[in-house]
Design a protein around this ligand. Structure first.
Ligand code: UDP
Ligand code: MG
Length: 213
């Protein structure tokens, strides 16, 4: 003990504080992302090292046809306890992949994030802060996508207007899947049985205290 962490009491205190730390699980669905997985893990790792949470990453391979699963396996072997992965039997689409991740995530809160680094990991700090302040869901809003053409922008605008008219679910324009959700929300979400699903709309439908970033 003396050599390890400077005395029994220090060691005990550290162990207790580690056990008391809240856990964040970052769920990352991936379809043919072999070139991005290491980069996204390292970016998350950097941000998480600046916060005081226990944390882990849960990759979900959505039937990739490239080496995504192999890269996940390598990362999981290199970072035991830190990186987990789920391998789906075929491509089901992002909504199902995200759901699979949510069903298996262990964290006190879960962060949903894309694998292609279009969701800046740095924002996790703001998500966590809002969560600590009492938000159950912290939602990333996209103001502008770099390189996005006018057609896509218009399409997106029409989509959100239609969704708002046709469903009881409020979706803000620019609302993304990049979000933090508290364990209570995850547990409520697990009770949905819909197969054809828009994860972020279902999450919003549940209610709870929402904050946008
Ligand atoms: N994705 C997935 N299954 C799919 C398509 C995409 O799991 O069938 C993942 C993808 O790897 C990425 C996220 O979902 O992590 C968002 O996908 P993409 O970047 O293609 O969507 P966009 O940027 O257009 O929203
Ligand atoms: Mg993308």
């Amino acid at each position: 003990f003396d050599h390890g962490c400077g005395g029994l009491w220090v060691c005990l205190a550290r162990s207790v504080s580690f056990l008391c730390m809240k856990r964040l699980t970052i769920v990352i669905p991936a379809f043919n992302e072999e070139r991005n997985l290491v980069a996204v893990f390292e970016a998350v790792q950097k941000v998480m090292s600046e916060l005081s949470y226990a944390w882990d990453v849960m990759f979900v391979d959505d039937g990739s046809r490239d080496r995504s699963v192999a890269v996940m396996k390598e990362l999981a072997a290199k970072e035991p306890g830190r990186v987990g992965y789920i391998e789906l039997s075929r491509n089901f689409g992002k909504e199902v992949a995200t759901t699979a991740g949510l069903l298996h995530a262990k964290g006190d809160a879960v962060i949903l994030m894309d694998a292609d680094l279009q969701h800046p990991p740095e924002i996790i700090k703001q998500f966590a802060k809002k969560w600590e302040e009492g938000a159950d869901i912290v939602i990333g809003l996209r103001t502008r996508n770099q390189g996005e053409g006018i057609v896509r922008r218009l399409g997106s605008k029409v989509y959100y207007q239609l969704m708002r008219r046709m469903s009881e679910t409020e979706l803000q324009p620019g609302e993304t899947d990049f979000r933090l959700i508290d364990r209570d929300v995850v547990e409520a979400f697990k009770r949905f049985t819909e197969h054809n699903r828009l994860t972020r709309a279902l999450l919003n439908w549940l209610g709870f205290k929402k904050v946008y970033i």
